[in-house]
Write a protein that binds this ligand. Structure first.
Ligand code: IVH
Length: 666
């Protein structure tokens, strides 16, 4: 065991150093393959010997199981916010106020104001033990498992110190764009800006989702700390850096207000060059002694201020309005603009969302309009400059018929959107084929929007089953399609035939049936034939399948066209079978843990945690990460700590590992 323990420690150290070099210093020491090799070795060792999992092991970053909800956290020192400055005049006032209150001349630290959300990191003896949101400033939420997925956040500091570091978690512009591209592909609502996207990611109860979002962080202040001999904010920032915490390198110590204003002007001009969003500059008095003298108002410190950038707005002309038809038939009007530069990029289109918005803002073709980027990313029309109206502008009328198939558009109940409800509308079918091939559905690489458009136009593909009849000869005739890409695409289509049922089901684009519902239905029915025979009563019995979803499934398979489509998919060779783990519905409903929420804590010696979790789930239980009033049972292994205490205090039933094994054997 000693040797193994030694190796586990070695691997932890190596992976920590490589990770820090890669994520925080941005200077990789080894290739990804080498990193993965060490990581896999560690994962294997930890799986065989769960007792060797160190609290700061890099394997803890991948995200743990879904938690029930977040525990509340009380901030010992409240997390305040800053008062704002909107002009240079405001900044000069701030400086005058400070000089009036202290005797010495202050030195300021200027920092970028990162547009994300404030988070507190608590390290005890050098180990990250808690990550929490700001919440209302006094009480936040414990988001430790999500925080651990952020690569730049060290799970262990260089020294064994106890301190609370505060900073901003954010999503880079690139990750934000990737996220929204994926959402657009799935016809999901887009995130408005990187800040909302980062906040949403941290709120995920499933930390695997947070892990996939590529969040990052900069640390900008010290909370409660036992560290001695730090007398100024700039020293704290240096100290953070030495301890391996991520600090922002664009920070500047300024000895006069002129220098501060120069910094502000510099970044007002350069902000769009950064790979992440900033919404201003934060100016802080450097010396802690002076900070103390200045003190706080009720809401914010007097020793710091946030200068906020004005949102960039630009005037341009609407030269037309285009309509796009989504997979579900929703018609979205988009303004076509005379190209304009806004916040670092050229904008030519801005979504007008729906007819009501056009009415409300009285937008006409030919109008001069103010545009800006919402959250500095998604272009939107702020309003019309009525003073510039010449009278030649043309009011816009939404069509009554679909621009693609000419069938009459309808407005469904309380929806503002107009919809084309013709199931054979070519625009919708085309979007549907594209969705079927997309990453989270059949994942057919090389079948992008442009290719689908051509296949459809050339009548090579009329519905998704035709994809499976395509030959290399068919494909090479398309624009920009070489022999190699054509061969690859045919292979990708071929190999998608054996995809598990849930991918096909999600790919069909049945209303209300997202990825998760498709998975649950596939786990339950195993094959399309069985699902197609299901009735509503049966469907709503399934945990997490609601009435809307059940109705939607029934309505879909009642259509003769749908049944025929599935028939054609069978003919071309799709397996339509669930190939994932089989969970028996009867055991789920009547199993030992049916409907129960179970928490595992402490070290298990005879089962791995994963094994225990799988067995509990197979018997109908849900395994949660933290103890709350909703917990039904806590299984406590050796050296169980706070979770067991909490369970006892809440009067929740607890078992030891042996009792679990005995019960499972029965
Ligand atoms: S210092 C007392 N520094 O801006 C609050 N804040 O209201 C101390 N922010 O909630 C905050 N970048 O989330 C500070 N370099 C920076 C910052 C920063 C972003 C956020 C923070 C805070 C808000 C100010």
């Amino acid at each position: 065991m000693d040797k193994l323990e030694q190796r586990v420690k070695e691997l932890n150290k190596l992976l920590y150093d490589y990770g820090y070099a890669y994520y925080t210093l941005d200077t990789p020491l080894v290739s990804d393959a080498v990193y993965d090799q060490y990581l896999n070795e560690l994962i294997a060792l930890e799986e065989q010997h769960p007792s060797l999992v160190l609290p700061d092991s890099p394997t803890q970053r991948v995200g743990a199981s879904v938690s029930e909800g977040f525990q509340k956290v009380t901030h010992t020192t409240p997390m305040l916010s800053l008062s704002n400055a909107f002009s240079e005049e405001d900044l000069l006032d701030f400086d005058r106020r400070i000089r009036g209150m202290i005797d010495e001349t202050p030195t300021y630290v200027c920092e970028l104001k990162i547009d994300g959300l404030a988070v507190s990191l608590l390290y005890e003896d050098g180990i990250l033990v808690r990550g929490a949101t700001r919440g209302d400033g006094t009480t936040g939420e414990d988001i430790t498992t999500n925080i651990k997925t952020i690569r730049v956040v060290p799970l262990r500091l260089k020294d064994n110190v106890t301190l609370e570091a505060r900073g901003e978690v954010y999503m880079s512009k690139a990750s934000f764009q990737k996220l929204n591209e994926e959402r657009a592909e799935r016809e999901e609502e887009l995130a408005a800006n990187p800040r909302n996207a980062a906040a949403g990611s941290l709120r995920q109860l499933d930390s695997k989702i947070a892990a996939s979002r590529n969040l990052s962080m900069f640390v900008y202040g010290m909370g409660d700390s036992e560290v001695q001999n730090i007398d100024a904010h700039s020293e704290a920032l240096n100290y953070f850096s030495v301890q391996g915490l991520p600090t922002n390198k664009e920070t500047r110590v300024c000895s006069s207000m002129e220098e501060v204003i120069a910094f502000v002007q510099e970044w007002t001009a350069k902000r769009t060059d950064l790979p992440y969003e900033i919404d201003g500059i934060v100016i802080k008095v450097d010396e802690y002694a002076q900070q103390e003298e200045l003190g706080f108002t009720a809401k914010s410190p007097r020793f710091a201020i946030a200068y906020k950038f004005p949102a960039e707005e630009v005037v341009t002309t609407i030269i037309g309005i285009d309509l796009t038809i989504g997979r579900t038939g929703v018609i979205t009007p988009t303004a076509i603009l005379e190209p304009a530069q806004v916040a670092g990029s050229t904008v030519q289109r801005a979504s007008l969302h729906n007819e009501d918005l056009i009415r409300e803002k009285d937008i006409r073709i030919g109008d001069r309009v103010i545009i800006r980027k919402a959250g500095d990313i998604i272009p939107e029309v702020v309003g019309v400059i009525l003073e510039e109206r010449k009278g030649t502008e043309i009011p816009y009328e939404m069509p009554t018929n679909c621009p693609a198939c000419d069938s009459e558009l309808v407005r469904i109940e309380e929806e503002v959107a107009l919809r084309c409800v013709n199931p054979t509308c070519p625009a919708q079918i085309q979007e549907g084929i594209y969705h079927f091939a997309s990453r989270n559905a059949m994942n057919i690489e090389g079948l992008g929007e442009k290719v689908v458009e051509q296949l459809f136009r050339e009548q090579l593909v009329k519905d998704i089953s035709d994809l499976y009849k395509l030959t290399v000869d068919d494909l090479v005739k398309l624009e920009r399609m070489g022999l190699k890409s054509a061969t690859n695409l045919v292979e990708a289509i071929e190999s998608s035939k054996t995809n598990s049922m849930e991918r096909v089901l999600f790919g069909l684009g049945i209303r209300h049936i997202g990825e998760k519902a498709a998975k649950i239905l596939s786990e339950t029915y195993h094959h399309f034939d069985a699902l197609m025979l299901a009735n509503k009563e049966e469907l709503i019995q399934i945990f997490e399948i609601g009435e809307k979803m059940a109705d939607s499934i029934i309505t879909y398979f009642e259509q003769e066209e749908a049944v025929q489509l599935i028939e054609r998919l069978k003919e071309v060779g799709l397996a339509l079978q669930y190939t994932g783990k089989i969970v028996d519905a009867a055991t789920l409903e009547n199993g030992l843990f049916a409907g129960k929420t179970v928490v595992l804590t402490g070290k298990l010696t005879q089962l791995t945690r994963q094994e225990a979790k799988e067995q509990i789930e197979a018997l109908g239980g849900k395994v949660a990460g933290s103890v709350s009033k909703k917990t039904d049972l806590v299984i406590a292994g050796e050296e169980a700590g706070s979770k067991l205490e909490k369970a006892t205090s809440l009067g929740i039933e607890t078992w030891d590992e042996q009792k679990l094994l005995d019960q499972l054997a029965e």
